[in-house]
Write a protein that binds this ligand. Structure first.
Ligand SMILES: C[S@@+](CC[C@H](N)C(=O)[O-])C[C@H]1O[C@@H](n2cnc3c(N)ncnc32)[C@H](O)[C@@H]1O
Length: 553
């Protein structure tokens, strides 16, 4: 087998646990966005852990992990091999992983001495209630265990330790204390135990929706606590997807390709990340959440990938093999339900949603669950109908290939306009193309390439004569959310309605709070009318959140 490159761990020796200190050491190597993004996954996890230990009345000092322990569990050949038995999962993170709090019985050297100092020999500790009561003064470790739900009693192997928690691999479920949550019979994928792609197959669909509503609630509790959630009808209610399997129209399996491929390494695993830290990617030959055309094509794509890898191992071809492959479903002909799977990222996908047609390059962004889109659009149309007759234009920030504004363009009255802005040039070219494809003239719909931050000063925007008092603003940024620059201009523009669609409800809540703060120094007022979830990705932890804000008149 080839060796995988090991992440470098930055260990901080200074006193810790302050949020910034934790962020400095733990986040730098783990998040792309560094330490300042409070809505990053690692920051959220930190908040969830702090909340859990405070709920359990545990002093934060008891869960602090020493540098020595962190070093003992680094990914290296002599790192400790500790198994814990009878670990009870007591909470669930917004990433749908279980959390447990266990006595740190492995803190002392006892076990190591028993094993002649050879950690690799393996040490096992039982953390069941009886043991715990005898060890009241022990330090505690917060464990994060994938594929578990509250009420599970599990057997785990400890992995990397951080300043206030440790990662653990699930070995097996010892006992299910909460049969309401875990239903292993529901799992349809043979790769579910290891594959990082899905988190919730063992949970009923109703419970999946409840989990996602909780995530929305948590996001607003953390980032916009001033919002009166109680007063909003059905706050965070998540609308279900008509298809819960076989819905995903894009799949990107990948491989870890060694610098020099040796024949012994073949076939290379090709699939998705493994929940077991440091393990090879899970070799996925069938993905039950993907549409049929993708699963039909997957064996051919895999075969061709392995053939190329073999040819490279034999020195028959040179150059780097692509580590990520693309499979994207596309409508074969308009008006027909027939679809085909495209694999060339530059090929153009055709997608029909209701009475609209969209085309875009296969590796560009487009919503991946075709089955829920008509319902999602009907919801937006219903919200817009509230101010019918009071708006003329739709402004589409972060517009991609124009999906949202073109879909809603039927609601634009005669003389009104659609104006969109998008950073990615290929997407905006296709937005222009899609406008024409759907009968919108150059006067009806203008899509420009650029940063949304510059939208309100863009020459084409200014010359379009689109005014806020006659507009609905759609904003659908990527995970990291919007910016202060953009939000400040929104308040000057004063659209009648803001529709904020987000795949990261934490950054959405942060932005809405920010908007409220900016409003304090103005006489403009927006009311948050509703926050609604849509289950674009059944079986996974993801939720799409739609916030509707109305200008107070
Ligand atoms: C979640 S996608 C939404 C696309 C589109 N609304 C849709 O539903 O298909 C976010 C889009 O924002 C674009 N984007 C990211 N940052 C941007 C920025 N600062 N200005 C304009 N567009 C941006 C991305 O390229 C991406 O196409």
């Amino acid at each position: 087998m080839f060796h995988f490159s090991r992440p470098k761990l930055i260990v901080n020796t200074k006193p810790i646990f302050a949020f910034e200190r934790w962020a400095h050491t733990t986040l730098r190597r783990r998040t792309k966005r560094g330490t300042t993004d409070a809505t990053s996954r690692d920051h959220i996890l930190h908040r969830e852990i702090v909340e859990l230990i405070s709920l359990k009345n545990i002093d934060s000092g008891r869960v602090r992990v020493s540098e020595d322990i962190i070093n003992q569990f680094l990914n290296k050949s002599n790192s400790r091999n500790v198994t814990l038995r009878n670990v009870e999962i007591v909470a669930q993170t917004s990433e749908a992983e279980g959390l447990a709090i266990v006595p740190r019985l492995y803190e002392t050297e006892t076990a190591a001495i028993e094993n002649d100092g050879d950690y690799r020999a393996g040490e096992t500790f039982d953390v069941a209630e009886t043991t715990l009561s005898k060890k009241k003064n022990h330090k505690l470790t917060v464990l994060k265990v994938p594929k578990t739900v509250p009420g599970d009693i599990v057997d785990v192997t400890l992995r990397r330790h951080y300043l206030n928690y440790a990662e653990a691999d699930l070995n097996y479920i010892v006992l299910v204390k909460s049969p309401k949550l875990r239903h292993d019979k529901l799992v349809v994928c043979k790769h579910f135990d290891l594959c990082q792609g899905c988190q919730l197959q063992m949970v009923t669909y109703d419970e999946q929706l409840a989990f996602k509503q909780n995530v929305i609630n948590k996001a607003y509790k953390y980032f916009y606590p001033e919002l009166d959630r109680e007063s909003l009808c059905d706050f965070g209610h998540v609308i279900d997807s008509p298809m819960q399997y076989g819905y995903r129209t894009k799949l990107t399996p990948h491989a870890k390709i060694p610098r020099k491929i040796h024949e012994d390494y073949l076939p290379l695993p090709l699939g998705f990340e493994n929940v077991k830290i440091g393990s090879p990617v899970v070799d996925v030959d069938f993905c039950p959440i993907a549409v049929p055309s993708i699963n039909e094509k997957l064996p051919f794509v895999r075969k061709s990938f392995q053939k190329n890898a073999m040819a490279q191992a034999k020195g028959e071809i040179k150059g780097q093999l692509p580590s990520t492959l693309l499979l994207r479903d596309s409508v074969r002909e308009l008006g027909s339900a027939n679809t085909e799977c495209l694999t060339n990222p530059k090929h153009v996908v055709t997608e029909t949603v209701g009475n609209k047609v969209f085309q875009f390059p296969a590796n560009d962004f487009f919503q991946n669950n075709r089955s829920i889109l008509p319902i999602f659009l009907d919801f937006l149309r219903y919200k817009i109908s509230d101010i019918e007759g009071l708006f003329k234009h739709i402004v589409d920030a972060y517009c991609g290939c124009g999906f949202l504004s073109i879909s809603l363009s039927d609601a634009v009255p005669k003389g009104g306009k659609v104006f969109g802005i998008e950073l990615a040039a290929p997407s905006v070219e296709h937005a222009q193309h899609n406008a024409r494809l759907n009968g919108l003239s150059k006067e009806d719909a203008v899509f420009v390439q650029g940063n949304s931050d510059d939208m309100f000063t863009h020459s084409e925007f200014l010359s379009s004569k689109v005014t806020g008092e006659e507009s609905i603003l759609l904003m659908n940024p990527s995970r990291k959310g919007s910016s202060t620059v953009f939000l400040k201009q929104v308040l000057q523009f004063k659209p009648k309605m803001i529709i904020y669609v987000s795949c990261n409800v934490f950054s959405q809540a942060r932005d809405l709070k920010h908007l409220e703060k900016l409003l304090e120094s103005t006489d403009v007022k927006y009311d948050v009318e509703s926050i609604t979830g849509f289950d674009f990705y059944p079986q996974t932890k993801h939720v799409e959140s739609v916030a509707i804000l109305k200008l107070r008149v």
